[in-house]
Unconditional design. Structure first.
Length: 417
């Protein structure tokens, strides 16, 4: 505009640079728009389940413990306290000390090769869980839903597992070549009575992230944090510690001498405060001897003091060599077939609610569900406080009634007397 307004030749250097800059800006904006449009088109939601009233038409129950009468029945409930009585309904375990096995099929089979995989769901341990699982499993197309059991082959297992104070972890397990590999890091779950949102992100660069309630709890490399591949290096089988290697840091001081009379001090001595019982009969009981007590003067077995070993060479380190069995794998993250999601858990105390299961490659979609959980969380906390207050009042009323009945019973007894 300046060039035209001031009638400056467009052939001047300043105007040329200005025109080029504007063209580049316009190109950048168009390119960014195209990229975002492509992302919107290619982003996919493979599975989304919020458990409406028709949930049973989409889920297949299995009874692998039927012979032992150990399969639990699923309920559909929002629990004792909730933000929304309808929207917060999910799958709930209803019987104590039972196995729970159920699965749902994705609308279509997919592979996560070349794409992010996001697995997200909410779980509520309303029963204040003592021992039980709360994880999901993603299965390939080979799953037999009606005969699903704990031995059914799966691709990924993700979610909390709690049993007492000794087992409190978030499982992230990847199956490769028929073997299940557990994450080597400790990821702590939430253990209270509220609904929490768990998210696993598996990326095509062989990295992962674990989030709880929108906060990143762990991340890293699939190769480093799992023993899926053989180690890059191993101890050299041909290397051995030299026979003359000295690895004792300290030795007894050859100049140190045991004090005279050290060994003359007994470990125990007769108790000086003990007295012979009045009824002691030496003819029958033998000669009386005072019981032995630890000698306060006894210093133990003498040992020479330790001094630095002048011949010490340090701790011998076994040399490493490249592992001939190691082969890098850029596709550790990838599976050819995802077709089902399932729950396969044991619970001592029932009451857990599974809900809002999402399998997608879209972080934007996962974040949208996260925001909905944040709204749920606020309302649920308020409902929880009201629920606890009602329980307190109920318990107080029952106590007063019991005390009144006992008092009346006492008065009746007095009247009878």
């Amino acid at each position: 505009e300046m060039c035209i307004r001031d009638r400056v030749s467009t052939q001047s250097t300043g105007c040329l640079l200005l025109i080029v800059e504007r063209q580049m800006r316009a190109s950048t904006i168009i390119f960014a728009f195209l990229i975002s449009s492509i992302a919107l088109v290619t982003a996919e939601v493979y599975f989304a389940e919020t458990f409406d009233k028709n949930w049973e038409s989409r889920w297949v129950k299995a009874y692998p413990k039927k012979a032992e009468n150990a399969d639990g029945e699923w309920g559909w409930s929002a629990g004792k306290f909730y933000n929304d009585a309808v929207k917060d309904k999910g799958l709930q375990t209803t019987q104590d000390a039972k196995f729970y096995t159920i699965s749902a099929e994705f609308p279509k089979e997919f592979s996560n090769k070349g794409k992010e995989l996001i697995v997200q769901y909410t779980i509520k341990f309303e029963q204040n869980i003592d021992c039980g699982g709360g994880y999901l499993k993603l299965y390939p197309a080979s799953l037999d839903q009606e005969n699903m059991n704990s031995e059914s082959e799966y691709n990924i297992m993700f979610g909390p597992d709690i049993c007492g104070s000794s087992t409190r972890k978030v499982h992230v397990i990847f199956s490769h070549n028929g073997k299940n590999h557990l994450v080597k890091k400790e990821i702590r779950p939430e253990t209270d009575e509220f609904t929490h949102l768990y998210r696993l992100v598996v990326k095509p660069d062989n990295t992962y992230e674990v989030y709880i309630d929108g906060t990143k709890k762990e991340s890293g490399s699939l190769e480093e944090d799992w023993d899926i591949l053989p180690p890059k290096q191993i101890k050299d089988p041909n290397a051995h510690k030299p026979s003359d290697w000295v690895d004792e840091k300290e030795i007894p001081d050859p100049e140190d001498k045991k004090p005279e009379g050290w060994d003359d001090i007994p470990a125990e001595i007769p108790d000086p405060e003990a007295t012979k019982p009045d009824d002691w009969d030496e003819d029958l009981d033998g000669e009386w001897e005072a019981p032995q007590i630890p000698n306060p003067e006894y210093k133990g077995v003498w040992k020479a003091k330790q001094i630095p070993n002048p011949a010490y060479k340090g701790e011998w380190v076994h040399p490493l060599i490249d592992n001939p069995d190691y082969q890098p794998n850029s596709n550790l993250y990838a599976y050819d077939s995802f077709k089902y999601v399932g729950i396969d858990v044991w619970q001592v105390k029932s009451g857990t609610i599974f809900d809002n299961i999402l399998v997608t490659d879209s972080e934007k979609e996962a974040d949208k569900w996260l925001k909905e959980w944040e709204v749920q969380k606020e309302g649920e906390k308020k409902a929880y406080d009201e629920h606890k207050e009602e329980e307190r009042k109920k318990a107080e009323a029952e106590k007063e009634t019991k005390e009144a009945d006992e008092e009346a019973e006492t008065e009746d007894d007095k009247d009878e007397l």
